[in-house]
Ligand binder design. Structure first.
Ligand code: ZN
Ligand code: ZN
Length: 156
């Protein structure tokens, strides 16, 4: 379960385990490059009155484009997250805190999962360290070998 009844937290930390499919409503409209489901694990605990700490772990796969040759690159998503949820108005200005509306009855860690995945998507990815990219003139994939325009441009 990724949605925890806060009354259960009075007795101690609660395990958060679940699987979110890429078409889950929680991901809608974000355009996250998920390949297959995201497995979520972790523990949620109350750290104060209406303050909750979630120590979670996300596992899945992302599909992104190589910045040089635009080939699809599959990356493992395997990341730990530390997330604070709080209904304390004083914490509302803290960008690292997920604000909640008081009175809190449930903490749904899935709302944090989508944000944390968005942060985890790298902005610069190469299919391999020495990717040669595409020819700027003809668009050929130079990893497959030189294109005819580079050959022509070479001094004889
Ligand atoms: Zn590439
Ligand atoms: Zn070319």
């Amino acid at each position: 379960m990724l949605k925890v009844d806060v009354r259960d937290l009075a007795a101690g930390p609660v395990e958060t385990t679940g699987r979110l499919e890429p078409d889950d409503a929680v991901f809608q409209g974000l355009g996250l490059p998920l390949v297959g489901p995201v497995d979520v694990s972790g523990q949620l605990l109350a750290t104060g009155t209406e303050d909750y700490l979630w120590r979670g772990h996300l596992r899945g796969r992302l599909q992104v484009e190589c910045r040089r040759c635009l080939a699809d690159v599959i990356l493992p998503l395997d990341t730990g997250v530390d997330v604070m949820f709080s209904a304390d108005p004083d914490a509302a200005d803290d960008p690292s805190v997920y604000p909640m509306a008081a009175p809190v009855t449930h903490v749904d860690v899935a709302t944090a999962v989508r944000e944390e995945i968005a942060f985890a998507v790298p902005s610069f990815v190469l299919c391999r360290e020495d990717c040669k990219g595409l020819c700027q003139r003809c668009g050929a994939d130079l990893n497959a070998g030189p294109c005819s325009c580079t050959v022509a441009a070479e001094p004889v």
